[in-house]
Design a protein around this ligand. Structure first.
Ligand SMILES: Cc1ncc(COP(=O)(O)O)c(C=O)c1O
Length: 444
């Protein structure tokens, strides 16, 4: 039998003993280059890889690649590793649960840890009153779940999303997504009954009563309005104060459910447990995934009990949703979030915004906007090319960041980031921007 060789070499030096970042080869290194070629032979070309990072292990804020380079992680696996990499409490909870029970479907049986996790998530949800929780595997899956529940509960057909919104890639979620046309290219017909409205300004709200409900669809046939309280993939866009409040009022007036997709903005990332809490607005349905279980695949839909109680046995379920190991990771994650990480996100976010404001003042033509709350930070550049160049220049310096929107670079580090790590990240990012600014001056 042919011997299988792992591309991951045994640990030469413990990641915990190394400085971050710590680059030992050119970036990308020789093994990373070879691996990218191997990957591109076998994997789906649809995957939108940002740059040739080949992560093999992580600890805290550090990610080590195939060549042994250590990076400072301000991308957190796309805003997922909320408690950092391999948090000892999360790892211990996972190991303990894995040794007890790896899987039993909560759709068909009464898995104890499933209900405990449902309760723990409901208890931190930004809604008062009796709530219920459904557990799924991924963001897109709970978006689908919420669309089904909203239609089922209201008996109404239409669902409205926002321009710039991103909700996932399965058919319902991608139909709601309106951040980039490429997500729809050649996939028509999408799910019918979906409309989009402009996002973010208080004046945009007029679109509902003056255009959508006046000319296109009756308000009393709209089941739900779904939004990201702060848009993620669409460019880390923060709405004006008053926008969410106005939307809540509009939903109440027309009997429409308000669904908050907090899959990226939630679980403490913005310095509050949920981004919608910055405006004191309560959704009817909350969606969460990234960050909820520190990287284990778990997602949740929390709804007011009277909404969820309207669907009957068999209306929805999932084999893996609420897998016990993912649930154990979520319970440990929630404890850590409540134990100080949400507050840390707020404080470190303020530090980051102050540093980025200085960077913008230094490069006013290149850096056109900085925005965000907590550790959901966007730096907008004057062109998509410059955003991409800065992303790569940061990578070459050992800092992981990630583009979003048209020409924005996002920073979404784990919520454990310290003041020193934030300062290092800002310094490296500043150097990357300075390099691109220099290139720009050299260009004709
Ligand atoms: C706001 C939001 N909703 C939904 C999704 C889809 O989540 P998943 O990739 O887990 O399906 C994402 C993923 O980036 C997201 O940011």
């Amino acid at each position: 039998m042919a011997q299988t060789v792992s591309p991951i070499e045994p640990r030469v030096r413990d990641l915990r003993d190394r400085p971050v970042p710590d680059l030992v080869t050119a970036i990308p290194g020789p093994k990373a280059r070879a691996h990218v070629a191997f990957d591109q032979t076998w994997t789906s070309p649809s995957l939108p890889r940002a740059y040739p990072l080949t992560p093999v292990r992580g600890y805290g804020m550090a990610i080590e690649d195939l060549d042994g380079n250590v990076f400072l992680d301000f991308a957190a696996g796309i805003a997922v590793n909320s408690t950092g990499h391999a948090h000892p409490r999360v790892v211990a909870a996972i190991k303990e649960q894995a040794a007890e029970l790896l899987h039993y479907s909560a759709s068909d049986f009464f898995l104890p840890i499933y209900a405990e996790t449902a309760k723990a998530i409901a208890e931190i949800a930004p809604m008062r009153g009796k709530l219920r929780t459904y557990l799924g595997n991924s963001g897109t899956e709970v978006v689908e779940t919420a669309m089904k529940l909203a239609r089922h509960h209201t008996g109404r057909p239409y669902i409205v999303g926002f321009l710039g919104g991103f909700h996932g890639r399965t058919y319902g979620a991608v139909s709601l997504t309106a951040s980039k046309a490429k997500y729809h290219a050649r996939f028509d017909p999408l799910l019918p009954g979906i409309y989009h409205a402009p996002f973010g300004k208080v004046s945009d709200l007029a679109y509902f009563d003056e255009v959508l409900f006046e000319r296109l669809i009756p308000a009393d046939e709209v089941a739900a309005i779904i939004l990201e309280p702060i848009q993620g993939e669409g460019g880390y866009v923060v709405p004006e104060d008053g926008f969410l409040e106005g939307l809540r009022e509009l939903c109440d007036r027309h009997g429409i459910l308000l669904i908050a997709d907090e899959i990226q903005s939630g679980t403490g990332r913005t310095g509050k447990m949920w981004a919608i809490e910055h405006w004191g607005v309560e959704p009817d349905i909350l969606l969460t995934a990234k960050g909820l279980a520190s990287g284990m695949p778990l997602a949740a839909m929390v709804a007011r009990a009277e909404i969820m109680e309207s669907w009957s046995i068999g209306a929805h379920g999932s084999t893996y949703g609420g897998n016990p190991v993912a649930c154990a990771a979520a319970l440990a994650t929630i404890e850590l979030l409540q134990g100080g990480l949400v507050e840390n996100a707020r404080v470190r976010g303020d530090q980051a915004l102050a540093g980025l404001a200085e960077l913008r003042a230094k490069h006013p033509r290149l850096v056109t906007d900085i925005r965000g709350k907590g550790l959901m930070l966007g730096v907008e550049f004057d062109s998509p090319e410059h955003a991409e160049e800065v992303q790569f220049a940061a990578f070459e310096r050992g800092l992981l960041v990630l583009e979003c929107g048209k020409q924005t670079v996002r920073m979404c580090p784990p919520l454990i980031v310290t003041a020193d790590e934030m300062a290092t990240g800002l310094r490296l990012f500043g150097e990357a921007v300075a390099e691109v600014a220099g290139d720009r001056r050299r260009r004709p």
